[in-house]
Design a protein around this ligand. Structure first.
Ligand SMILES: [Zn+2]
Length: 237
């Protein structure tokens, strides 16, 4: 009988712990942190992505401008080296214009090259961020699944403990159960084992009188220090 009482206590402890786990949802903070990280990386990603688009547009504009200037240069060179006869003043102007265009082309090519380097860097940065985003997402869902599994397991343990308690209660004499529950509501636990004359509930040595009561198989024996049930001899004795 005492074993049943101790079992009930143990199961109640399991239920209490399970309730705490269900209330706190152990990895809630972790999930919140991951969500925050994801949002931060996502905005970084968007930022890099829009920069990259701008750089690409600039490169296109430079290329377009380069084409135009090269075409103009070609026309002027054709004029200069063609068979047409121009006066010296016009030839001078033409040469100056060609020189300017050559410089402009050089400048545009340099800028375009710089932009391409920047494009490459941004593109790499974006790839790294994308990978990071996927990692965070995977971690998030893995943990969500882990959390769900943990909750399912906790609920299962709780149900088993509840069933166990009902089974134990059925086997107990009502008077003993009432006394036990009364003690539980006051002290948290209502039954204790005696090991080497020491009560497991209060860790105190029980008196010789109490030991005698146990030896004499008294109906219900209580610890003389804490009052917990430490022996049950049955109603007949
Ligand atoms: Zn005690």
């Amino acid at each position: 009988m005492l074993d049943l009482l101790l079992k009930i206590q143990q199961d109640r402890e399991i239920i209490k712990k399970a309730e705490k786990v269900l209330k706190e949802r152990p990895n809630n903070d972790f999930m919140k942190e991951k969500k925050k990280q994801f949002d931060e990386k996502k905005s970084e990603y968007k930022n890099v992505d829009s920069k990259l688009k701008m750089v690409k547009e600039s490169i296109e504009q430079f290329e377009k401008k380069l084409q135009d200037v090269r075409k103009e240069l070609k026309q002027e060179e054709d004029k200069l080296y063609g068979n047409m006869k121009y006066d010296l003043k016009f030839i001078n102007t033409l040469e100056k214009s060609i020189k300017l265009k050559e410089d402009e082309i050089k400048d545009l090519e340099e800028k375009s090259l710089d932009m391409m380097c920047e494009e490459e860097d941004l593109s790499k940065e974006r790839d790294v961020l994308r990978k990071k985003l996927i990692d965070i997402k995977d971690e998030f869902y893995e943990n969500k699944k882990f959390g769900n599994d943990k909750i399912i397991e906790t609920k299962k343990n709780m149900e088993e403990a509840e069933k166990d308690i009902l089974n134990c209660e059925k086997k107990l004499p009502p008077r003993l159960l009432d006394k036990f529950n009364e003690l539980c509501s006051v002290k948290g636990t209502g039954a204790a084992k005696i090991l080497n004359g020491v009560c497991s509930g209060c860790r105190m040595k029980v008196s010789a009188v109490t030991i005698d009561e146990i030896k004499n198989h008294k109906n219900i024996v209580y610890c003389d220090n804490c009052g917990r049930i430490i022996y049950y001899g049955g109603d007949s004795k």
